[in-house]
Design a protein around this ligand. Structure first.
Ligand code: B16
Ligand code: MG
Length: 214
């Protein structure tokens, strides 16, 4: 029985994919490292430092740990400049109607994201007080596909993992939810992931009855 719905943030509640892409592209251009949308696709749900390591696969020299830290911070500065322009209009279609309906059924709601910018994004979209629990990249040591962020969200809600449903757009996130003993609904990029318990193009195509019957 589903007692909690745990949502990934980027790609499920909002789409910050384009802003991540533009910020990484600017950094890669400055460093003369080839980067494209295909590589950007591999960064979905992956932590900031792990994302940088993927970008550096195409670099022609080695970078020190200090240089890597500076590059990740520079990219994050570009990204946050773009997040500053974000408003509640960035919430993806169908999300608020579905979440309000889930909450009306007495089911708890949490966000579990790899992003260390989660508090800032929730503030920008006006949802900083909306969720019953938040777990994010600031709280964890192992990024998806490790289940740590989902298990922490469930613990903060006081709900057992097998009573939790995760909504994810990244394949690494589906893997993480299942590894944590939770059910998984794949949307967006993860709509083609046949390991998920159910899939949908986005949350506007999902009803509260669909969700809670999983
Ligand atoms: P930050 P999610 C993830 O968020 C993004 O999908 C991924 O592209 C990003 O690299 C990661 O957060 C870290 O983000 O640099 O803001 O800490 O999908 O887990 O909500
Ligand atoms: Mg995501």
């Amino acid at each position: 029985m589903i007692q909690a719905v745990i949502l990934d943030l980027d790609g499920v509640v909002v789409s910050t994919d384009e802003q991540h892409y533009q910020a990484w592209q600017r950094l890669a251009d400055e460093e003369g490292i080839p980067f494209d949308r295909e590589t950007n696709h591999r960064l979905r749900g992956v932590s900031r430092m792990a994302s940088l390591e993927i970008i550096l696969e195409r670099a022609t020299r080695d970078y020190s740990d200090d240089e890597k830290a500076e590059m990740a911070a520079r990219k994050n500065g570009y990204y946050r400049q773009m997040l500053a322009a974000m408003s509640p209009e960035a919430i993806l279609p169908g999300v608020m109607d579905l979440l309000d309906a889930v909450r009306a059924c007495g089911v708890a709601l949490a966000v579990a994201s790899s992003s260390r910018n989660t508090p800032y994004i929730l503030e920008r979209i006006g949802l900083d007080d909306y969720f019953d629990a938040v777990a994010d990249g600031n709280d964890i040591t192992h990024s998806k596909p490790d289940p740590e962020v989902f298990l922490l969200a469930a613990e903060r809600l006081g709900v057992a993992p097998d009573n939790c449903l995760v909504v994810e757009d990244a394949r690494a996130g589906i893997e993480a939810a299942l590894a944590g003993g939770m059910k998984a609904l794949g949307v967006g990029d993860a709509a083609g992931d046949d390991r998920a318990d159910a899939t949908a193009p986005d949350l506007s195509a999902v009803t509260v009855d669909d969700l809670l019957a999983m």
